[in-house]
Each structure stands twice: as structure tokens, then as C-alpha cells.
Design a protein around this ligand. Structure first.
Ligand code: ZN
Length: 324
């Protein structure tokens, strides 16, 4: 019997999504709206996926800057207080958050990521305020002091985790009392998901395994003892306007069906992935390069979007809460 890992409810809607990495069973909780993968990849398989097939999109830097600015505006810290704050960023990618925050003159930042991409920031920034740790947070968390940080940030991390509850409880342990936890993640209550459903780009296992709604993430935060929970939704990384999505949808459905058909014929070679087979496949991960023209069209169309979006239906969620 599958139960919602967040609210423990037993009623859900089911669907599957197949890609080159396998067939994934999705469950959408009818109570808290969490969407989750039932057949989670093993730890071993996941580390192969990440080491072989995962890379950050090329235009991610620009998107991140926008995201950080949005988040920083919401937490509203005076310049004077900033210099006294100690940040811990988990899942820092290539560490741009460090340069963003050090520009704001924060007191200290520790960045953690399992990817060696993080080392790039060390070459760019020479500051005693910056500390870098390479490794899985779950394995290295004992190197970090408990009840020490003023702010812990996880930008687009929770959707990637096999067990967000345990991971987040350890992240919270690092916060001092009244310290703030900041999370961004895709919004499953967004209009974008409503349009695309399983054809949404962000429904992308094995990278994304948990998809939160405002209800499910605040339920989880309360359960982990957090309070003063504020939830916002915003465009975040998402560049596409709603009108464009509606036009694109039929093509996405056709594209997906064709992929399934091809996979069906290749069944004997690559379906039901074993680790050996994963190693053999040599597919490069999709990277997008934004075309300026595309961006400006989307920007224009997004102005119309505002008529349709409500406060909590933008594609990205921002959660800010405090430790008691
Ligand atoms: Zn639930």
C-alpha cells in the first residue's frame, strides 16, 4: 500500500512516465497534492545518473541571479545586519550563490555540493568568508556545527532528494534558534503543471522525484518543527509563457509518444535499466541555450500571463520559515 510520504494519506491519482532511464510510477496525493515517484532509484543508480548524465544548463547563471534577487528581496535584511550573518547553502551547484551573497557583504558562507563544479567558484572568489565542502550533505553534515547558521538555503534541491524529510531535518539542525530556512522548488499547483501534466519539462525523473505544492511543503515544514511559514510562487527558472505552453502542448505529447515508441523497439537494449546498461549509454544531457529572440517573445507573452496567474500558481515555489 503506497502512502503519501508527507501526509500519510492513502488516496492518490496514478500515472507513469517513461524515459531513457526507465519507467517511473507517479502518485499524486489527493490530500496534500504532493506528487512523488513510487519506484525511487537506488542510491547506487542515482550516483551513476548524476556523475554521468547530469550537468547544469548553460544559461543557468542568469536564471539563478534572478532567482537569488527575488529571494533576497523577500527576506529583507538590512545591510548592517547582513555582515553578521552566517549562511549555509546546500546543493550550491557551481557556487554562484556565494558571489551573489558576498556582494551583499554577508558575514560568512559555507557552500556544499557533491559536484566538483563547486570548485570553480574557489578560483573566482578569494575570500576568507567563503568555505567550500565537496560531498553529499548527508555524509558531510557532521563537519558542520549544529545550531550555528542564521540562514540555510536549498535552491532547487528538495525535488532531487530520495528522502527530503530526513535531509531537511538535518539541514534544520544546522540552524540556530530563530534562524531561517529558505527553499525553492517547482510548484505542482502551478498553472504550468495544470497545462502540461506529465509532459511538463520539470517532471523529469530520475532528477526530480518529489514535487511539492504549497500545502505539502508547509505540512512538511510544520512537521519538522518550523514556524512562521511564508510561501510565495514566482517564475523562477521557468521562461515559457502560458500561451506558448498551450501551443507547445500537442507537440510535446507527440514527441513523448514517439520517444515511447522508439524505446519500445529498443526495449531489449536499454529498457529496465541495469547499472551496466546505464554505463553503456552515452547520451548527453539536454542543455538549453537561450536565444535572445525566444527570450524577448516569452517576456512579451508573459505580460499577458499575469491575467491568469494567482498568488500561488506560478511555476516555482519559495518557502521561508523559522526554527523555534
Ligand atoms: Zn499527501
Amino acid at each position: 500500500m503506497v502512502r503519501c510520504p508527507i501526509c500519510r494519506a492513502k488516496s492518490y491519482k496514478k500515472f507513469t512516465k517513461t524515459n531513457i532511464f526507465g519507467k517511473y510510477h507517479f502518485y499524486k496525493c489527493k490530500k496534500c497534492n504532493l506528487l512523488f515517484v513510487g519506484n525511487l532509484p537506488t542510491k547506487k543508480n542515482l550516483s551513476i545518473f548524476y556523475s554521468k548524465y547530469f550537468s547544469l544548463p548553460k544559461n543557468q547563471n542568469l536564471k539563478n541571479l534572478k532567482k537569488f534577487s527575488f529571494v533576497f528581496d523577500k527576506i529583507n535584511i538590512s545591510t548592517e545586519r547582513c555582515s553578521k550573518l552566517k549562511f549555509l547553502d546546500i546543493g550550491s551547484g557551481n557556487g554562484e550563490i556565494a558571489s551573489f551573497l558576498l556582494n551583499k557583504n554577508i558575514g560568512k558562507i559555507v557552500c556544499v555540493d557533491f559536484s566538483e563544479d563547486l570548485l570553480k567558484i574557489k578560483k573566482k572568489i578569494k575570500s576568507k568568508k567563503l568555505k567550500i565542502i565537496i560531498g553529499d550533505f548527508l555524509n558531510i553534515e557532521n563537519k558542520l556545527k549544529d545550531n550555528y547558521f542564521d540562514i540555510v538555503t536549498l535552491f532547487d534541491v528538495v525535488e532531487h532528494l530520495v528522502n527530503p524529510k530526513i535531509y531537511l531535518s538535518l539541514a534544520i539542525k544546522k540552524l540556530k534558534s530563530r534562524g531561517k530556512l529558505i527553499i525553492t522548488t517547482p510548484n505542482i499547483n502551478s498553472l504550468n503543471y495544470l497545462i502540461y501534466k506529465k509532459y511538463w519539462d520539470w517532471i523529469s525523473p530520475p532528477w526530480h522525484l518529489f514535487y511539492f505544492s504549497p500545502d505539502s511543503i508547509s505540512y512538511l515544514m510544520r512537521k519538522l518543527g518550523m514556524y512562521k511559514i511564508q510561501i510565495y510562487s514566482f517564475y523562477g527558472d521557468w521562461e515559457e509563457s502560458l500561451i506558448f505552453s498551450l501551443i507547445k502542448l500537442p507537440f510535446e505529447i507527440i514527441k513523448y509518444s514517439l520517444k515511447i515508441l522508439i524505446l519500445y523497439f529498443l526495449n531489449n537494449y536499454i529498457f529496465s535499466l541495469s547499472e551496466k546498461k546505464v554505463k553503456k549509454l552515452n547520451i548527453s544531457t539536454k542543455t538549453y541555450s537561450i536565444d535572445k529572440f525566444y527570450s524577448s517573445i516569452q517576456k512579451m507573452l508573459k505580460k499577458i500571463d499575469r491575467l491568469f496567474y494567482s498568488e500561488l500558481t506560478y511555476p516555482h515555489l519559495l518557502v521561508i520559515c523559522e526554527k523555534k
